[in-house]
Design a protein around this ligand. Structure first.
Ligand code: ADP
Ligand code: MG
Length: 459
């Protein structure tokens, strides 16, 4: 039976996935609702379980067999820890724990904040500068020079994974290196709130105030967390003012500009805006490639023997565009695969190993974008595309757009129908089918669709 399931899988999950993951599985037994296999490493088993269990269960079901679990017996006892390396937990303190860099030469000072390492990889040295982040980088450097305070606060904002926390850690490292006696406190807004509540509960507001008002530099990450929490905001406001009065540097980060943070008090917004507010822009292709190249060496050390073919980094920079953390995740995965499997990873394999990440990237295409691109391509107006005009000049592009909307987004037919001028969803279904047929019979349409698909993915 495994043989049959295997043959079905072969056709469905792609050649590389098949030869890498499914072929090496040695069928052991089928009992109850569980299939068991012998594998060479934990890593293999975990991977198959995570990414192919659904497919295997589905194929088994097609043969009338109910499988809900897979189990794996590691053959040679290889790499029990390999699986752990494959999904490395971030070394980053990630602002959930406060990081206090204090020489603690003054034992009289309250030690209410746990001391924790900053991530040693997050320094100015490892921060790659490009157009989208050059202002933020320059401002961070200025603050890290430790000269007199010229703007207060420094407020960094930008989308998730664009380097805000990295820059804050870098500032902290630099300040510490320049002046080991400086009291630099890096904390997330969440922890700020947590400490505040704790102080209230333990009736130790004095200690709380003393701690936060005795620092030389205060960094609060993800400030929007205190929005809407009235008492915490109030306390933050007072802390903020006290430090500004003493000319102590404050650095804050958020995913939105001060005025765009829902629930943040007006007076706080206006204080934040009186400092230097800098926006970190989404990454450009060049910046992403630069970051990947910088990290390549680090990864090569972490995963001995890993070999990544030419063009793979470019492929990643091209396809994973939202977030630097995801880029790093993709890299980790490819290096791990190559190292554990002892094979060079090329673009084709990368595409399959990363299919879940890439699918996410594809899903970012919106119906609006599709409509715009299609209208452009056929040099018609979007309003005509959405209209009910039956003229072929409009009807064909309209169907192509419907087809792409179905294929490239995860919207349902009724949702797509609504986006196409409130048509009936059966019209959409008809359009999608029509284009499917045309792709097989009409070279011109097939090329149009292919071109549009690639243009949309490349955005
Ligand atoms: P944010 O705090 O903005 O959500 P992070 O600072 O945590 O993002 O960055 C996410 C990951 O991406 C981190 O591992 C960070 O080191 C990395 N990163 C982001 N921008 C850069 C950059 N310009 N150069 C090098 N690494 C970067
Ligand atoms: Mg962050």
């Amino acid at each position: 039976i495994w043989e049959k399931i295997r043959q079905e899988l072969k056709a469905k999950i792609g050649h590389n996935n098949y030869t890498t993951w499914i072929e090496p599985l040695k069928f052991e037994a089928f009992s109850g609702d569980s299939l068991s296999f012998r594998v060479q490493s934990n890593f293999m088993g975990n991977w198959v379980d995570r990414y192919f269990r659904d497919a295997i269960c589905r194929e088994a079901a097609a043969f009338g067999i109910t499988v809900t679990r897979l189990s794996f017996i590691v053959e040679k006892g290889v790499s029990a820890d390999a699986a752990a390396v494959a999904k490395p937990s971030p070394k980053v303190a990630d602002a959930t724990t406060p990081v206090a860099i204090r020489p603690d030469r003054s034992p009289s000072k309250p030690a209410a904040v746990d001391s924790l390492r900053l991530d040693e990889n997050q320094t100015f040295d490892t921060f790659v500068v490009g157009k989208p982040n050059e202002l933020a980088h320059a401002a961070a450097r200025r603050v890290a020079d430790g000269g007199p305070v010229t703007f207060n606060p420094l407020f960094l904002y930008g989308g998730v994974g664009l380097g805000k926390t990295h820059l804050m850690h870098a500032i902290a490292w630099e300040l510490q290196a320049r002046n080991p006696a400086a009291r630099v406190l890096y904390i997330s807004a969440e922890v700020f709130m947590y400490r505040f509540i704790q102080a209230l509960r333990e009736k130790d507001m004095m200690g709380f105030k003393e701690l936060f008002r005795s620092v030389d530099v205060l960094m609060v990450d993800d400030i929007k967390f205190i929005a809407g929490k009235d008492n915490t905001q109030e306390e933050f406001f007072h802390t903020f003012n006290a430090l500004v009065d003493q000319k102590k540097q404050i650095i804050l980060s958020s995913d939105a500009a001060p005025g765009d943070i829902d629930g943040l008090e007006k007076r706080i917004v206006s204080r934040l805006n009186s400092g230097l507010v800098i926006d970190i822009h989404p990454t450009s292709y060049e910046l992403r490639l630069g970051i990947l190249q910088r990290k390549e060496e680090i990864f090569a050390n972490q995963f001995p023997g890993a070999r990544i073919a030419d063009g793979v980094m470019e492929f990643l920079a091209h396809r994973i565009t939202q977030n630097v953390r995801e880029l790093e995740g993709a890299m980790t995965r490819l290096f791990a695969h190559s190292s554990f499997l002892g094979r060079e990873v090329d673009v084709n394999m990368a595409q399959e190993f990363l299919y879940d990440l890439l699918k996410d990237a594809d899903r970012k295409v919106t119906i609006d974008e599709i409509q715009r691109k299609v209208a452009d391509h056929y040099t018609i107006r979007v309003s005509d595309l959405l209209s009910h005009k039956r003229n072929r000049v409009f009807a064909r592009p309209r169907q192509v757009a419907m087809f792409l909307a179905k294929e490239m987004t995860d919207r349902s037919l009724p949702e797509i129908a609504r986006k196409f001028g409130g048509r009936d969803h059966t019209t959409i279904m008809y359009g999608v089918r029509r284009v499917e047929q045309l792709i097989d019979s009409d070279q011109g349409i097939a090329e149009d669709v292919d071109l549009l698909r690639r243009a949309l993915k490349a955005q």
